[in-house]
Design a protein around this ligand. Structure first.
Ligand code: SF4
Ligand SMILES: [Zn+2]
Ligand SMILES: [Zn+2]
Length: 306
């Protein structure tokens, strides 16, 4: 099958085009650049922190943001969290270090072990057996908190994450099924409903990129990375939704796009409705903005890390 735009062999099919490798790269990068420009995710005044894990999404994100920022003279750096997941994160971080060296990108790494005194591998059993929490709940809360703190300390004005369209569709449906529409108000290319000086605004340049597109981009660019799954991910509700969505998408192509586009239609209403609903307090332990006496990360730390 030939590329619609040239004579080379097509490697990716969109609804309108068949694309060869080179034209797929153009398609991917223009989609990310358009997202950054359309939603004004960052500009020359910003110092962008790219949250990276060494996985396909964040590596593709880092590569494209590197291209975008260097061309426009926008300051940026990369930040990774080592959760302490043996055989998974350590290998991914080794690849990330090589990648940052190759493209001359500043990389900062902070670990759960240093901040919370325990690795994710060590927290797993206690989280499940004593507190009935999935590893992903713990990991997500600690990682979000640490990313925000470190990005802020390093002077970032925007925190770019590798969340793609599949992640957004999953998030929306997970909140919908659990009846948490308030959480859906926080979704979108720019995360959250209310600003606070303790939160570095989080933005999602891969918002309109499908998971498969990020995977193929990383593959055809020949980034050195592992496409394996986290050993703790089996139990998550997200994984169940992810598999269901893949299943339906196979039968009805375009449904992920449909879910995210439907969300985009109601997003302004949701953001308006939940804006300033929560009054911010400051965590008595770490000083971060939160809604209770202590932030979720500090509460979990007290339960699990003693
Ligand atoms: S799958 Fe869950 S435990 Fe594994 S890195 Fe992601 S959030 Fe953490
Ligand atoms: Zn082509
Ligand atoms: Zn706290």
């Amino acid at each position: 099958m030939k590329c619609t735009k040239c004579e080379r062999e097509a490697v990716y099919w969109t609804t309108n085009h068949k694309l060869c490798k080179e034209h797929f790269f153009d398609y991917f990068e223009s989609k990310v650049f358009r997202t950054i420009n359309k939603y004004r995710l960052f500009n020359r005044e910003d110092k962008v922190c790219v949250a990276t894990s060494g996985g396909k999404d964040s590596m593709s994100l880092l590569y494209v943001v590197n291209k975008y920022c260097k061309k426009r003279g926008i300051k940026f750096f990369s930040l990774a969290i080592d959760e302490g997941i043996n055989g998974y994160r350590n290998e991914a971080l080794d690849n990330l270090k090589d990648f940052c060296k190759e493209y001359d990108i500043k990389l900062e790494i902070f670990s759960f072990k240093d901040r919370y005194g325990k690795t994710m591998d060590q927290l797993r059993e206690k989280a499940i057996n004593e507190f009935g929490k999935t590893p992903c709940t713990i990991c997500g809360t600690f990682r979000r908190s640490l990313l925000n703190k470190k990005a802020r300390e390093l002077g970032a004005t925007k925190l770019a994450t590798g969340h793609n369209m599949d992640d957004e569709a999953q998030n929306f449906l997970m909140n919908l099924f659990k009846g948490n529409m308030g959480n859906n108000a926080s979704l979108g290319p720019i995360v959250g409903v209310s600003a606070n000086e303790k939160f570095v605004p989080r933005v999602k340049p891969l918002y309109h990129i499908l998971d498969i597109e990020a995977k193929l981009y990383a593959k055809y660019k020949e980034f050195n990375l592992c496409f394996c799954d986290c050993p703790h991910s089996d139990m998550s509700f997200r994984k169940k939704i992810k598999l269901k969505l893949h299943e339906i998408e196979k039968e009805v192509p375009g449904i992920k796009n449909g879910v995210v586009n439907s969300f985009m239609e109601i997003m302004p209403t949701l953001k308006e409705r939940y804006k300033n609903k929560k009054e911010f307090k400051y965590c008595s332990k770490c000083g971060d903005a939160c809604v209770g006496e202590k932030c979720n990360a500090c509460l979990l730390e007290e339960q699990l890390c003693k």
